[in-house]
Structures are given as structure tokens and as C-alpha cells.
Design a binder for this molecule. Sequence first.
Ligand code: BGP
Length: 470
Amino acid sequence: MLDHPLPPFPDGFLWGASTSGYQVEGGWDADGKGPSVVDARTDFPAGTADYTVASDHYHHLEEDVALFAELGLTAYRFSVQWSRVIPDGDGEVNPAGLAFYRRLVDLLVEHGIEPVVTLYHFDLPQALALKGGWGSRATIDAFVRYAQLLYRELGHAVRYWLTINEQNMMVLHGQQLDILDGPANRDVNVYQKNHHMLLAQARAMAALHEQLPGALIGPAPNIAYVYPASPDPADVIAADDFNAVRNWLYLDVAVHGRYHPVAWAHLQATGQAPTVDPGDAQVLAAAHPDFLAFNYYATHTVAAPARDGSVDAPEGMDQQIAVGMPGLFTAVPNPWLPKNAFGWEIDPVGFRMTFRAIYDRYHLPLLVTENGLGAFDTLEPDGSVHDPYRIEYLAAHIEQIQRAIGDGVDVLGYCPWSAIDLVSTHQGVAKRYGFIYVDRTDDDLRSLARHRKDSFGWYQKVIAANGLPG
Ligand code: BGP
């Protein structure tokens, strides 16, 4: 392994933290907000929180931003809930919804925190889902209109924009996790929806450059480098295939405006290739991201597919636990990696590998928009929360960022998940990620009081020192 002295983090490195609107805000129908597909979900397992109150950030805005400032964040990555600002996705604008986000970005700027705004994080307005969701090209127009509204209303304070959070996870797991466009649209080819999202993203990027010269925009997929289970060439090809289908498909279109050849061949071979209209290629080719954001939790490891087409998947599939794809690969556990309490592997070195792989392909600056440890935290009677496991996880990953910088990768910043406890995508509040503990459980809202975890004090020092303590 290439081992060089660790370089310092560059001046101006963005030390951030992340949330998403529906997972943190609550106020799900407050002040004219319309429902989104996550609000319309009814399939919460017993004892798992829904998103109606979440961390009630909507009603704790000043307090939360003050805590982010005390933490020392120089960036805060959050998402706007589309149906808060345009309740039916494509009609009347809701001034109260816009005012909330204007207040948020202005407060951040007052505190010297760079806002990093995700346009869309799993929460398609339910009204659009009922009109065909991402299967309909009308949703592309609605998305572009929504993006232009945000550029106009928030552009005075926001320089960094992200288009769509984890589009690849919406495609690969969105229907099981109900984070795509609702049950009514399940029969539509998910790669047709994907194609429409790629067009929506391309038009939103082009619109930003036209409307806000000087502002920057990029996609924010979940990128996990894929390892072969062994040097058997069949396993190596399987890993290359999954890298193409899981990772490069999304970034190749975003950067180069064309589909990755192996990914496209897979879509054709499996009858999933989308219909591409005349003019789509130009739309895709006309858009250029300024940087690439990515979420990283762990790598994946895969072996050649079973000859009989059966798929052997590890238990409890979700966005970070791969299932196999018949004819393409089998997902296998990596015996070299420990797992967290929820079965997700932990691979800091894979983080460095993922940086290298993305940078080698695209040569664009990289911004980490998620990375973190879901864990069961305990609030002690004196209000403290001891989370050494989170500190250990984050420290190991920050060291690998530094190593990636030493490898020559241009890294803009690090926004771990999450700034404050919030509701996970499908495992409720008990699975916590924040630097700030929110006093609620899955079935009891309690005080919703905020408490600084040990990781809060630790990250504060990292930020102040612009790097890990020596
Ligand atoms: C990503 C999502 C986030 C977030 C995170 C942790 O896939 O972008 O919204 O929730 O993963 O996942 P989970 O909440 O399932 O633990």
C-alpha cells in the first residue's frame, strides 16, 4: 500500500454534517406543506417511527443552527422538501414553506456556515406520484421548475447545490424501501424512471449555470467501490459489472452525458433499457457538473453469479447490503470487514479506494455528502451520551480522506451523516447517527430536547484543528 506522510487538510476544507428534510424536519403538514411519498407510506413496521414529527427541526430551527455553529461546522448539507415549497409538486408555490428555507440559509450564513442544498432527497410530492411519478416526463418539467424557484429564492445565500440524493439507491432499492414514487407506479420500468431523473438532473444543472453563474452543482449518488470475492477472473468481471451498474452508470451520464457501455449492455440484455427520445442525448450532453458529491458507507464484495440464476443475498437487504443480480453477480460478505449493529460492513480503506476510483474516472473535485455510523446510543441520566464507537468510525474515515488527498485526489469537504439524530430510512429513530442526541424514541416523543454527544466535542476539536488531533 502506498504510504506517504499525511498531508494537511487544505485551507477552506468544508467540515460539514448532513441531514435530509423529511428525516429531520417533522411538521409534515405544517403551514401548507403537501404530502410526499414518504408521508404517504403506511407500511412502517410496528414500533418504528414515521416522519410526521421526526426531530422536529421545523420547530427548533434557531436552536439547531446555533448548535451547528457551536460544533464549528463550516458547511451544512440539508435537503429542501419539494412538497413544502410546492405542495402538489407543480402548482402554487407555498410562501410559508419557502420562508422556512430562506430563514435556514440566512441563519447559516449569519453563523459562517456554507449551506449545501440538496434539491431532492427521496421525497417526491405525492401529487406527482399519483400522476405517474418518474415514469412521466411531466415530472421532469416539474422538477426543473422547482429547481429554478429555489435558485431564485435561495441563490443569494447558496453556492453549493446537489441535484438528487442517491438516485442509484432509489433505482436499486427504492421500491422495497418506498423512497421512489410510491406503490402505484411499481409496474413502470425503473430504468425508464431513472432515465427521466437523469434528464431532470441534466436540465437542473444547466439551469443553475444559466441562472446563477458562480454557483456550483453536482449529483450525489451513493458510491461504494465493488471488490471481487477472489482473483478468479469470473469474480473480477462480476465486480466490474456491478461497479458499472451500481456506480458508473449514474456518474458517466452526469459527467459525460452518455451511458456506461457495460451498464447499457446489461439493461439491454435484461430488457430494461429505457426508451430514449430524440433530443435526450443533447440534453444529457449539455449539462456539466462542477463537482461530484457522493455518500459512502462501505464497499461491496461480489462473486460470479450462480449458474442456475439463483441469487444468494446476505440477510436483510437494504441500500447498503447488496442483493445479487441474476446472471450478473452474487453478493457475498467480506470476511476482512467488521459489521455495525445493523449488518453494514465498515471499511475505511475502501473509502480511500472509492475516492481514487471516482477521481481516476472523472477528475472533478469531490465532496462527501454522507458517511457515518448508525448505532444504539444511550442518554445517561446526566444528559451525556458516550459514543466512542462513532468517534472511532469517523476518525478512521477522516484519516482515509487525508490519505486520498495525499494520493492527489481533490477533496472539497466532508459532511458526515448526520448533524443531529433523525429518523432512518427504514429502521426508525433507534438507529442514531447524529453528533446531537434528540430525546425521543420510536414510540414516545418525550421532550425532543437536544444533548451534545461525546462525538460532538470530538468533532468540534477536529474542525478547530483542521484535522485529526496529532
Ligand atoms: C443513505 C440516505 C440517507 C440516510 C443514510 C443512512 O442511503 O441517503 O437518507 O438515511 O443512508 O441510512 P439508514 O437511514 O437506512 O440507516
